[in-house]
Design a binder for this molecule. Structure first.
Ligand code: AMP
Length: 431
């Protein structure tokens, strides 16, 4: 006899969670809106690998960002390749854009994706180490109409899933030309106050000063009130671009808040940046999604200079918000017919009948695990199925099926060879 092995009680890794069937109702609901509206707005689906060359992320997101410095899941393969679990989706999509010669397609190219992302952060409410994003990218145009269209698309997704009080926080962080001057002004401002900054921001002062603006530490956020604002440093091109974006949004009445402190956590952004929040929502104002223009990224990753804009939505946070807003979802069964069986022989016949129904294109349901007719009928009732087909011992010997109309309660005995035809006839007649 083999020695008894003590089984571990396994749990999901820290910061990662099971998405249970009741949550999946919300996920499917969100994904269905993402898919439908994405396609309506002319986006094509793309899926890229979950693992990528680590340098793809350090080069695009930036060496001195929290994500690359602290939050990457890195691994070395047996062959010695250094790969990382993707912390976000845009870098992979842009790599695919370059690799597959999408620059030769008609521009702009509109792509969308969904899938898991990984960041080794401290897990807390609304922040997991594995989370899921739906993202959209418009690559190959610098026209501000696409910044506005991206926001319009996101706004229409929230409208479709019936999440209310959605507000867009928006800012422009300029481009490589004007941001330099702004960074100098910002560093000058904070340098004399460096001893009052949190340790992270003191480091940011030399490495990534813009991120001081969205530090959540109270002493840092209090200081930003008198800090220079990027809008005053935008060059004419960036200024006009931002103005046009806002005018387009005004045109379609999308509510936005000009937020001069919004800078976002990834280095590749230029000009427009935005985040989606719920007005008067959670205290910490966790964003449900965020995005912006990244006009230099394609070039940074080895392609020709190509302007682009993107957004990513956080599925877990949106699902949580839907639940908190009491958007009720019910499990819908598509079944039109339910099979009830009693006894071994009948069970076998039912098994075949279920197969015949599905092959005939009739959505059917069963409860083969249950023995009693009463409990099976209860399931049929719950699924709100109109037609129930019953095979008992007698029917299995006779080659017949009892057809029960659940609404009228009427029952008929039908030859089993004719049952598919009969069900189809009743479905056609609206039964
Ligand atoms: P980001 O890629 O950081 O711009 O994030 C875009 C969206 O993804 C956020 O607005 C969140 O909804 C979601 N998100 C980002 N990080 C996390 C995380 N650690 N856990 C859950 N959702 C996240």
């Amino acid at each position: 006899m083999s020695p008894k092995i003590k089984l571990e009680n396994f749990i999901a890794p820290k910061g990662m969670q099971d998405v249970m069937p009741s949550d999946c109702l919300y996920w499917d609901y969100i994904f269905s809106a993402v898919d439908k509206l994405g396609k309506t707005y002319g986006f094509n689906r793309i899926e890229t690998p979950i693992l990528e060359d680590s340098r793809l992320f350090s080069r695009s997101i930036g060496e001195n960002t929290d994500i690359v410095e602290k939050e990457m899941y890195n691994l070395t393969t047996k062959g010695g390749d250094k790969l990382s679990l993707r912390p976000e989706g845009t870098a992979g999509v842009i790599r695919a854009y370059i690799n597959s010669g999408m620059a030769n397609w008609s521009q702009p190219v509109k792509l969308f994706y969904t899938g898991p992302m990984f960041r080794y952060d401290r897990p807390q409410a609304g922040r997991q180490r594995q989370f899921t994003q739906a993202g959209f990218e418009i690559i190959g145009s610098m026209d501000p109409i696409f910044d506005a269209q991206m926001i319009q698309l996101v706004y229409s997704i929230f409208k479709k899933i019936k999440l209310k009080n959605i507000v867009i926080n928006i800012n422009s962080i300029g481009d490589a030309k004007c941001r330099g001057k702004y960074k100098t002004a910002l560093v000058d401002y904070y340098k004399s106050r460096a001893n009052k900054l949190c340790p992270d921001c003191r480091r940011r002062l030399s490495k990534n000063p813009l991120r001081i603006l969205d530090c959540k530490e109270e002493k840092c956020s209090a200081m930003r009130e008198f800090a220079p604002q990027i809008v005053d440093y935008l060059c004419v091109e960036c200024h006009n671009h931002f103005k046009s974006v806002l005018e387009y949004l005004d045109e379609i009445n999308i509510p936005y808040i000009l937020n001069p402190y919004l800078v976002r956590g990834l280095d590749y952004y230029t000009k427009t940046v935005f985040e989606i929040v719920v007005e008067g929502g959670n205290k910490r104002q966790l964003s449900l999604g965020g995005g912006g223009r990244y006009d230099d990224l394609v070039e940074i990753l080895g392609g020709a200079p190509t302007p682009a804009i993107g957004v990513a939505l956080g599925i877990e946070r949106i699902a949580d918000q839907l639940k908190a807003s009491h958007v009720a979802l019910v499990k819908n069964s598509s079944a039109k017919v339910f099979i009830v069986q009693l006894g071994d022989k009948a069970k076998k016949k039912s098994f075949k009948l279920f197969n015949d129904l599905l092959e005939a294109g009739i959505p059917a349901a069963e409860s083969f695990g249950r023995g009693s007719i009463k409990s099976q009928l209860r399931v049929a009732n719950r699924l709100q199925v109109r037609i129930v087909l019953i095979i008992g011992q007698k029917e299995s010997l006779d080659g017949t099926v009892i057809l029960r109309d659940m609404e009228s309660g009427m029952q008929e005995i039908i030859d089993s060879l004719k049952i598919i035809k009969e069900v189809k006839k009743r479905m056609k007649n609206g039964n």
